[in-house]
Design a protein around this ligand. Structure first.
Ligand code: KG4
Ligand code: ZN
Length: 350
C-alpha cells in the first residue's frame, strides 16, 4: 500500500477560482502534509464594479479562469495529472452556478484520466485550514469559523469527529461587515475596508451586542446592522451633509468592536464549558486583525492553544479544500466516480 497521496483540489464556490496540490502521509493518527502549489485567481476587481457578487458574472469568469489556474497549479508543483491520486472539489455550499463550474471541470478530468474524486465541503475547508501550519493539535478543540456566509462554533473531539454547537440565525459576520461597508459607501469586499478605517478612530459609540449573554452559542448580526443604519440616518438628519471620513471611521470601529466582542465572548464561554485545549479561528473574517489579536490574548490568558491560518488562507482558496480532503481521506471518506458528483449549494457541515 502507498504511504503517501497526492491530491489536486479545485475551489469555485463563490467569488474566486483556485487550485492547489497537496502531498500527505497516509497515517490516520499523525497527519503530515505539504502544499506543493496553490493558485488563487482573484475576481475582486470584477465584483467591485457591481459592488457585490452577481452569480452569472462570477461563474463566467470562473469558466475562463479554471483551466489556466489548474494548469498553473500543476506547473508550480512540477507534476502532471498522471501523478495525481485524487481530485478534490468543493461541491457545496455556495452559489450553484459557480459550484457547477468546478464540479463539472473535475468530472471531466476524472473521466479523462481515471482519477477518483473526493467531494469536499467548503466549510470543512475553512475548518481544516486552521491546521495548515501545524496539524498537531490537542483535543477537544473549539473552531470558530467566520466567513461571508457563515458564523459557526464547532467542537472537535478529534481530527475527524466534530459537531456544530452554534451558528448565525440571520446574517453571517462577513455579510454584516459587507452590508455596513455599503452603508458607509466603501468598496467591495467591505470587511478589509472597515478594519482599515477602524484603526483611525477611538470611537465610543456603543452599538448593541446581540445575543452576547444568551445561554446558547448562536449568533445574530442583523440587529447590529440595523442599529448602524438608524445611527447613520439620525446623524444625516442632523447634519444634512455627507458622512465625513471621521464619522465613517467611528462607525466602522464601533461596529467592529461589537462583532469582535460577541464572537470572542461566546467562543471563550464555549471553550470553558467544553474544556477545550485548543481554539482555532478561520474563514474570511479571520483576516480581521482585531478579532485575531483579541482571541489570541483571551486564549493565552486561559492557557488555551490558539491556531489560526495565515492571512491568505483565511479568504477562499483551494489549499484549504486540499487539506480538508486529506483529513477526510484519513478519516475514511470513500472517493467516488464522476457520475456520483453533484453540486449541492445547501450542503451543511455535519
Ligand atoms: O471565507 P470567505 O472568503 O468567503 C466565504 O466563504 O464567504 O469570506 C469572505 C468574507 C467577506 O464578507 C469579507 O468582507 C470578509 O470575509 N473579510 C473580512 C476581512 N477580510 C475579509 N472581514 C473583516 N475584516 C477583514 N479584514
Ligand atoms: Zn469561504
Amino acid at each position: 500500500m502507498q504511504n503517501s497521496t497526492t491530491i489536486l483540489a479545485v475551489e469555485t464556490s463563490f467569488d474566486e477560482t483556485a487550485a492547489s496540490i497537496l502531498r500527505g502521509e497516509l497515517n490516520r493518527n499523525q497527519p503530515k502534509f505539504q502544499i506543493l502549489s496553490s493558485v488563487v485567481k482573484s475576481q475582486i476587481e470584477l465584483h467591485q464594479k457591481t459592488k457585490g457578487v452577481v452569480p452569472e458574472v462570477a461563474a463566467r469568469a470562473q469558466m475562463q479562469n479554471i483551466l489556466p489556474v489548474v494548469s498553473q497549479a500543476l506547473e508550480q508543483a512540477s507534476l502532471t495529472l498522471e501523478q495525481i491520486d485524487y481530485l478534490a472539489v468543493t461541491s457545496g455550499p455556495g452559489l450553484v452556478v459557480s459550484l457547477v463550474v468546478g464540479t463539472e471541470f473535475i468530472k471531466g478530468l476524472s473521466l479523462a484520466k481515471n482519477i477518483p474524486i473526493l467531494p469536499t465541503n467548503h466549510m470543512a475547508g475553512h475548518l481544516y485550514s486552521a491546521f495548515a501550519q501545524n496539524p498537531k493539535v490537542e483535543f477537544p478543540a473549539l473552531s470558530v469559523i467566520v466567513s461571508g456566509n457563515h458564523t459557526m462554533l464547532i467542537i472537535m473531539e478529534d481530527y475527524h469527529t466534530y459537531r456544530v454547537i452554534g451558528q448565525t440565525l440571520d446574517d453571517a459576520a462577513g455579510e454584516a461587515f459587507d452590508k455596513v461597508a455599503r452603508m458607509l459607501d466603501l468598496p467591495y469586499p467591505g470587511g478589509p475596508q472597515i478594519s482599515k478605517l477602524a484603526t483611525n478612530s477611538k470611537s465610543q459609540i456603543d452599538f448593541p451586542r446581540p445575543m452576547i449573554n444568551e445561554d446558547n452559542y448562536d449568533f445574530s448580526f442583523s440587529g447590529l446592522k440595523t442599529a448602524v443604519l438608524y445611527y447613520l440616518d439620525k446623524y444625516l438628519d442632523k447634519q444634512s451633509q455627507p458622512l465625513s471620513e471621521q464619522v465613517k471611521a467611528d462607525v466602522a470601529k464601533a461596529f467592529e468592536d461589537a462583532v469582535v466582542d460577541v464572537i470572542s465572548t461566546k467562543a471563550l464561554k464555549a471553550c470553558r464549558e467544553y474544556n477545550c485545549k485548543t481554539l482555532t479561528l478561520s474563514g474570511g473574517v479571520a483576516a480581521n486583525q482585531k478579532l485575531r489579536s483579541t482571541l489570541a490574548d483571551l486564549s493565552q490568558a486561559q492557557d488555551i492553544d490558539f491556531h489560526l491560518p495565515a492571512l491568505e488562507l483565511c479568504t477562499d482558496n483551494a489549499q484549504m479544500i486540499a487539506i480538508a480532503a486529506y483529513f477526510n481521506l484519513l478519516g475514511g471518506q470513500e472517493s467516488v466516480s464522476a457520475k456520483e458528483v453533484k453540486a449541492d449549494p445547501a450542503w451543511e457541515l455535519e
